[in-house]
Design a binder for this molecule. Structure first.
Ligand code: IVH
Length: 669
């Protein structure tokens, strides 16, 4: 018999660790440092190693206790796990409410709980006397696979419920998922080991949960959000809202975006708001679930064969689609970068029709083995250019044609170059008309000279007809130059000429950006403008002076020098000045909304390079530091954050994810 004080200590440690797991994993508000937590955990591990009789099945040390299984046994859910009826439009959502009102013979407004529809794997967790007894996948809705050992490895699933008025038996329904950043990292690691990549986070979550060896699952970053209950013995709820609040109080993780809305119009508005936010969330959601809040009404409404009458999955527009690659072409960019691009049978993705998807570079085409004629899965995330996710290998006929990077530029026929160690192939000819077209589009773009109306077709015609040989030529265009061009009305010709003339006084920052100097994005251009105040000062600055600008490193500085040392570029600047283009220096200091704020970055960002992120902060008057202290205002956390993240949590410093950061610096990511 183990000494009583030791028994008590082990019990106390289990309690403490459960509590801190809840603070950390469920509430996301830890109270103690990671180091302190590790101390508690180790102490319990040591006690259990010395006195194995102290080990309980719900001990936090037992999350990866199970042995590999031969296969999963099938278990019956106590209450069936239903599915949901889908709606794809506002009209269908409104019909849902009308059906409810007809069924209830009442025109009274209905109260709904609205929840993100997680795109993961549905599971059923059974708590008996507050302990996680077993858990299973949804299966056919009546019987699922017993994956208890694997579920126990998920840190956001409590092994024991906490709080009061706990039921004797509780079936909890939730969705196991993988965050997008973690999914990408998992795929990178798998590819490095020569293992096949998962197509999407849902498949990765499902595959991870169905591993026969729980140790493999334990290594996969799975999480859960709980959204409902099945059988409950020894407890009652009046509403879905109360269910969700109570689950959270018992230590189960509930999505923070859940809400309550009166009437279907408000629920539809919630759907639209969430659809806008969806790409800023760290996990994938594919719609909104609208549930009648009152459980009494739910009981009256009842269920149809497989789905309840009281709930509706109002889906977002799909962001993935499958289509066929007709051809793989290469496109030449403004800097001469040559990008392989899949030309596909047009298909609707996320509400727009796409017919092209980027394949990034030669290595990517090889890695994904995309061939002409292949069926592919493509995806669009936010405003980003669609990309090819993977080939659907099972649809191959053998007639597909592998891609070969051309040896010469498809536009000017100059031999292409790919410097050793670089992924990008380039056309080295600065006079290549493809580069000129891109340069003009960039020059005219919103963050640059902001010239309205200079779209792809028009630029194409201007270049093809020899009307514009560099961006300065734009300022010589007359209405009569344009009207003979195909599909050019007098009025639109006038508008364009007006717009070009109206762009002669850009800010210096916009002008620098418009030049299209390699590595000089919007943020860097503004920094340079703020530092040098005139174009001439920038043009004359040596490397050393350039490096003194915060956010400018050797690569950027070198590229700026190279640009201004090139006689052709200098001639272009003179020509622009002669045409009357006069960038206006920043004059008085620009607004500094982040003045006095110190930022620390940890982990990789998806939409900003570290350089750019830092430049954005400094451009807005903020400071960037490399270590977290009590004086740090914000810690921006990306993929695979380091110890700075833990430090920030410990010190209670405000933590921003990439989307928060984007908003703060006024940039949609
Ligand atoms: S409620 C009777 N709520 O969607 C209600 N389901 O198509 C049954 N899902 O199998 C489900 N998020 O995997 C509900 N907030 C949410 C959900 C959700 C994701 C999934 C779940 C279910 C499927 C139904």
């Amino acid at each position: 018999m183990v000494d009583k004080t030791i028994q008590e200590r082990a019990a106390r440690l289990r309690e403490l660790i459960h509590y801190h797991d809840y603070r950390y994993y469920v509430l996301d508000r830890p109270e103690i440092s990671d180091a302190e937590y590790d101390r508690l955990f180790r102490e319990l591990e040591e006690l259990e190693a010395r006195y194995p009789e102290l080990v309980t099945s719900d001990s936090p040390t037992q999350r990866v206790g199970g042995r590999p299984a031969e296969k999963f046994e099938s278990v019956a859910h106590r209450q069936p796990m239903l599915s949901l009826e889908n709606a794809f439009s506002e009209g269908e959502a409104r019909e849902f409410e009308q059906r409810l009102q007809r069924f209830l013979r009442s025109q009274a407004g209905l109260s709904y709980v609205v929840e993100p529809k997680m795109d993961g794997v549905a599971v059923n967790l059974v708590y008996e006397n507050c302990h996680l007894a077993w858990g299973a996948t949804r299966g056919d809705g009546f019987r699922g696979e017993n994956v208890t050992q694997n579920l126990k490895t998920i840190r956001t699933i409590p092994l024991k419920l906490q709080g009061d008025k706990l039921p004797a038996l509780l079936e909890v329904r939730g969705e196991v998922y993988m965050e997008v950043a973690q999914f990408k990292k998992l795929n990178r690691d798998r590819e490095a080991r020569g293992e096949p990549a998962f197509a999407n986070p849902r498949n990765a979550a499902a595959g991870s949960l169905r591993q026969l060896d729980p140790a493999v699952t334990a290594g996969r970053p799975l999480k859960i959000f709980c959204y409902g209950v099945g059988e409950v013995q020894g407890g009652e709820f009046a509403s879905q809202w109360e269910v969700l609040q109570t689950l959270q109080a018992w230590g189960l993780r509930v999505n923070p975006h859940i809400d309550r809305q009166q009437g279907i119009e408000a629920a539809i508005a919630y759907h639209h708001r969430l659809e806008e936010q969806r790409h800023g969330l760290p996990y994938e959601i594919d719609g909104v679930v609208i549930k009648v809040d009152s459980l009494e009404l739910q009981a009256r409404l009842g269920v149809k064969t497989r789905s309840p009458r009281w709930a509706l999955a109002y889906k977002f527009k799909a962001t993935q689609a499958t289509t066929q690659v007709k051809k793989i072409i290469v496109q030449v960019g403004r800097t001469g970068a040559v990008t392989p691009t899949a030309v596909m049978t047009p298909v609707e993705v996320g509400g727009v029709t796409v017919s092209r998807a980027t394949l990034h570079n030669e290595d990517e085409v090889v890695r994904k083995d995309v061939r002409e004629g292949d069926w592919v899965l493509i995806q669009r995330a936010g405003d980003v250019i669609p990309e090819v996710v993977q080939v659907i290998a099972s649809q191959r006929t053998g007639q597909e044609k592998p891609f070969k990077m051309p040896s010469n530029c498809p536009v000017c026929d100059t031999p292409l170059v790919r410097p050793p160690g670089e992924a990008v192939t380039r056309c080295p000819n600065p006079d290549c008309s493809a580069q000129l077209k891109r340069a003009i589009r960039h020059f005219a773009s919103k963050g640059a000279m902001d010239i309205d109306g200079l779209g792809e077709k028009i630029v194409e015609q201007l270049v093809e007809n020899g009307l514009v040989q560099d961006v300065a030529d734009l300022y010589r265009l007359q209405v009569t130059d344009l009207t003979p061009l195909e599909r050019f009305a007098e009025k639109s010709a006038q508008n364009i000429v007006q717009a070009i003339r109206g762009s002669k006084k850009p800010t210096l920052g916009r002008f620098i950006f418009a030049l299209g100097i390699r590595y000089v994005g919007e943020a860097t251009a503004n920094l340079l403008a703020g530092h040098f105040c005139t174009l001439q000062a920038l043009q004359e600055a040596g490397l050393e002076e350039l490096l003194r600008v915060e956010g400018v490193g050797p690569q950027v500085a070198g590229s700026i020098r190279e640009y201004f040392d090139n006689a052709k570029n200098r001639a272009l600047l003179t020509k622009l000045l002669e045409a009357g283009v006069r960038p206006e220096g920043p004059g008085r200091p620009q607004a500094a909304p982040l003045a006095g704020k110190t930022f620390v970055f940890t982990g990789g960002l998806q939409h900003f390079s570290r350089e750019e992120a830092k430049a954005l902060v400094t451009a807005l008057g903020g400071k960037v530091s490399s270590s977290v202290s009590a004086r740090t205002d914000y810690v921006v956390v990306g993929e695979e954050p380091g110890s700075k993240y833990a430090k920030a949590r410990e010190l209670g410093v405000e933590i921003l994810d990439e989307a928060d950061f984007g908003k703060l610096v006024g940039r949609k990511s």
